[in-house]
Write a protein that binds this ligand. Structure first.
Ligand SMILES: [Zn+2]
Length: 423
């Protein structure tokens, strides 16, 4: 006896006509022609059922603040940081909570049920930290929010930042962050990586640093991060976010670096929408794309996820919590157009970030929590192509969001009266 059976599902791994039985909020069976009763049955009609989308890199303390107090004119990372610095003193906790909750509503509607968000701890009041810890509890029934203590202004460069960061961890923030390329010197950046990795190691926490988010081919903090990961035995618990300088690095150096990242068990998180927008701003033509070397890292066995990073904030004025839009951009920027490569882009917003976050009970196997998304698409490639409608979103076996199927009605003589963009 099941609470719910989803019938005739296609799964991201290519299996078709699979039934998924759900009992007690968990997946109880995944097999063809599942026998048994259920209180409710839903016909997926051969469409794709996936575990939910996961965003490995986001900033929920600044989301939906676009235009406050003004818009980023140059479009650069540095003006974004300066603009955020103007906004920070005026932030009110209730407003941060309201905006974060509103974003989580968008996320759930998009089938995005787990987010790793950095939270800026360079504020002695730790207002945003308190706000997002509150939000983490509020959304827990429907969304896993993992928080990273992020010293936006540099843990060494900003007075008091290390103490604030430790206080944030004491308050229950999950992961240690950093921003070595924003420290005053390359040496300070390396020192910040050492201090922060040791702090994480002592506390048994994961690490996720903004790392080398520049177009400088000589910015090499990922080397320090990998080296510290090896030294401290933190393989599998460390992520380097952005790594955009790798786009501009010398190829010979990269041929040494990528195996080091692999050896260190460090994951890479690219943020295609933001990287293609912020990087290359000092270039004339040709303009660099700036995204890290995604297919090369993947080929070497490094886990690579795509993050959204920003939605309507000082750095980016667009976005709607749609991880398929993120995968779509990543695919284009990395020129990952082979069928297998496009499927890897889907994994980069589902399975891979789930592993980077260390999510418990994530997946489509029996025993996993019944968090599922039914898409209006027949496979992961079609899902990316159409940024497919999330027909149904389940959290622990309960429907938490629905969206009507997307189709256009035509009024053309001798032509079909309806198109949904599938051949
Ligand atoms: Zn970021």
């Amino acid at each position: 006896m099941f609470d719910l059976i989803l019938r005739h599902c296609t799964l991201p791994d290519g299996r078709t006509d699979i039934d998924i039985g759900i009992a007690g909020g968990r997946i109880a069976a995944v097999q063809p022609a599942l026998a048994g009763e259920a209180a409710e049955q839903i016909d997926a009609a051969g469409q794709l059922v996936t575990a939910p989308f996961v965003d490995a890199h986001f900033h929920m303390d600044s989301t939906l603040s676009y235009g406050l107090p003004r818009v980023n004119q140059s479009g650069t990372l540095l003006e974004g940081i300066a603009l955020w610095g103007e906004l920070k003193p005026t932030l009110v906790q209730d407003a941060i909570v309201e905006r974060a909750l509103a974003y989580c509503d968008w996320a759930v509607a998009r089938g995005l049920l787990a987010i790793r968000s950095h939270v800026d701890v360079c504020d002695p009041r730790l207002l945003a930290t308190e706000a997002l810890l509150h939000v983490r509890e509020r959304v827990k029934p429907y969304l896993d929010l993992q928080l990273v203590a992020f010293p936006q202004d540099g843990v060494l460069r900003s007075p008091g930042a290390l103490d604030n960061l430790k206080r944030a961890l004491d308050m229950g923030v999950d992961v240690v962050g950093g921003i070595p390329h924003f420290e005053r010197t390359m040496a300070d950046g390396a020192e910040s990586v050492r201090i922060l990795c040791e702090l994480a190691s002592e506390r048994g926490l994961r690490v996720d640093m903004h790392c080398d988010e520049t177009d400088d081919p000589m910015s090499r903090h990922i080397e320090s991060l990998a080296s510290q990961s090896v030294r401290l035995g933190m393989q599998g618990r460390v992520a380097g976010s952005h790594l955009t300088s790798m786009h501009s690095m010398d190829n010979y150096y990269v041929s040494k670096l990528i195996p080091l990242i692999r050896e260190a068990g460090v994951a890479a998180i690219a943020n295609p929408l933001i990287n293609i927008t912020l990087q290359g701003r000092h270039d004339t033509y040709p303009k660099r794309r700036g995204m890290t070397r995604v297919p090369e890292l993947m080929a070497a066995g490094v886990p690579v996820a795509f993050g959204h990073d920003c939605v309507m904030d000082p750095w980016y004025g667009l976005g709607s919590g749609d991880m398929l839009e993120v995968a779509h951009m990543g695919l284009h920027v990395a020129q990952m157009t082979a069928q297998e490569a496009m499927r890897a882009c889907f994994a980069a917003v589902t399975d891979v970030p789930a592993a980077i976050l260390g999510l418990e009970g994530y997946g489509l196997a029996p025993g996993c929590r019944a968090d599922l998304v039914l898409l209006q698409a027949r496979d992961p490639v079609e899902a990316i192509r159409l940024r497919a409608t999330r027909l149904l979103v389940l959290r622990a076996g309960k429907v938490v969001a629905t969206t009507p199927a997307s189709a256009a009605t035509l009024r053309l003589e001798g032509r079909p009266d309806r198109v949904d963009f599938r051949i």
